[in-house]
Design a protein around this ligand. Structure first.
Ligand SMILES: [Zn+2]
Length: 354
């Protein structure tokens, strides 16, 4: 035994004698995860788990008279998928906020939960009389919890779990939207049959996270936005989408810390942004915020030092959208900014998310 080991064993046994042995236990998941390349520590244990999200929603449901909590279906692994509803008058315009089709994109969910809490306070008083709001946080709960039928051993984040893009069957839910609903994965089917087809939805913001290295004009973006680009989208649906984008863009530019680019996304109706617009005439906006909560490619994940502004970006987006719909100012929005908004490019040719 060399001297170092001996010293360690002495100090360990003296700690045990003091009953402090748990203090030297390694945190779960710490072994084998390297540092995270300049993006700060990527720590998943600060995020809501599925169960803590459900508890949070039930607490808000009990507190808020205007809120109703609905289960719209189940995930592959049998988790209930929840939707928070605020419907004061069925005649009002209705907006849907959707988060975490991709399980490893969670800060938008954290922001959506905070927004739900705000709806129960005086901060948005009056708004709910004039707009109906549907919020589905964490559509892909199995992916968010890493409870999937494939290996996540290469994923980089530290914490008590890994989060993945795919559902438990290794399917990308945001490529399911052109199918017959009976052929869809259960999470997408719940969304189509029990939300898109059942409610008269006018607007949707589909919230995602992309990698960390997208930029416009030499500056990293805090997020990028895009309207539906499928050629079968009706002109008035597209116009509504562009107006919704204008509301969000203006609200974030005003804040000073937001730097928004134009996302380069595909035309396929299998993508939610396009599919919801083509099939249900919903004016949609894709919002791709910076940085994922976990990934097997290191540069995609973003550490917790950026969490605050990304959550704030989500809350600002949701708040601006409901206010503009409630007071009808969305109708007067100038959409010409879309013609000059620069497309984002990538510093390392990362693959796009959506
Ligand atoms: Zn995504």
């Amino acid at each position: 035994m060399n001297l170092k080991k001996k010293v360690l064993s002495v100090s360990l046994s003296s700690m045990m004698a003091l009953g402090a042995v748990t203090a030297v236990a390694l945190p779960a998941g710490a072994v084998g995860n390297g540092p995270s390349a300049g993006n700060g520590s990527v720590q998943t244990s600060i995020l809501h788990t599925y169960q803590s999200l459900v508890d949070y929603l039930k607490t808000q449901d009990a507190k808020q008279e205007a809120m109703e909590l609905e289960v719209i279906g189940q995930t592959v692994k049998g988790r209930d998928i929840h939707m928070a509803k605020y419907i004061s008058n069925p005649e009002n315009p209705t907006i849907l906020f959707l988060t975490q089709q991709h399980g490893n994109e969670q800060l938008t969910t954290e922001g959506a939960l905070e927004f739900i809490k705000h709806l129960g306070t005086g901060k948005t008083s009056g708004v709910l009389d004039n707009v109906n709001i549907l919020v589905i946080p964490m559509l892909n709960a199995d992916g968010a919890m890493g409870d999937v039928d494939f290996s996540l051993v290469d994923y980089h984040a530290d914490g008590d779990r890994h989060l993945t893009r795919y559902n438990a069957n290794y399917v990308d839910l945001n490529r399911e939207h052109a199918k017959e609903t009976s052929d869809m994965e259960p999470e997408a089917r719940a969304l189509h049959e029990n939300v898109f087809a059942k409610y008269d939805i006018d607007y949707m913001i589909d919230l995602h996270h992309q990698g960390t290295l997208s930029e416009t004009e030499g500056e990293l973006v805090s997020g990028s936005i895009l309207y539906p680009t499928n050629p079968d989208v009706k002109p008035e649906v597209l116009e509504g989408s562009k107006k919704l984008g204008a509301v969000v863009y203006n609200a974030l530019e005003e804040k000073g810390w937001g730097h928004i680019g134009k996302y380069r996304g595909g035309e396929g109706a299998n993508i939610g942004r396009n599919g919801a617009a083509v099939r249900y005439d919903i004016s949609t906006l894709l919002f791709e915020m910076r940085g994922m909560s976990d990934h097997f490619i290191e540069s995609y994940a973003l550490g917790q030092k950026s969490n605050g502004y990304l959550i704030k970006q989500t809350i600002t987006t949701l708040d601006a959208a409901v206010r503009a719909i409630a007071d009808d100012s969305i109708e007067t929005m100038d959409t010409s900014f879309w013609d000059t908004l620069p497309y984002q490019t990538n510093r390392q040719n990362e693959e796009a998310d959506e």
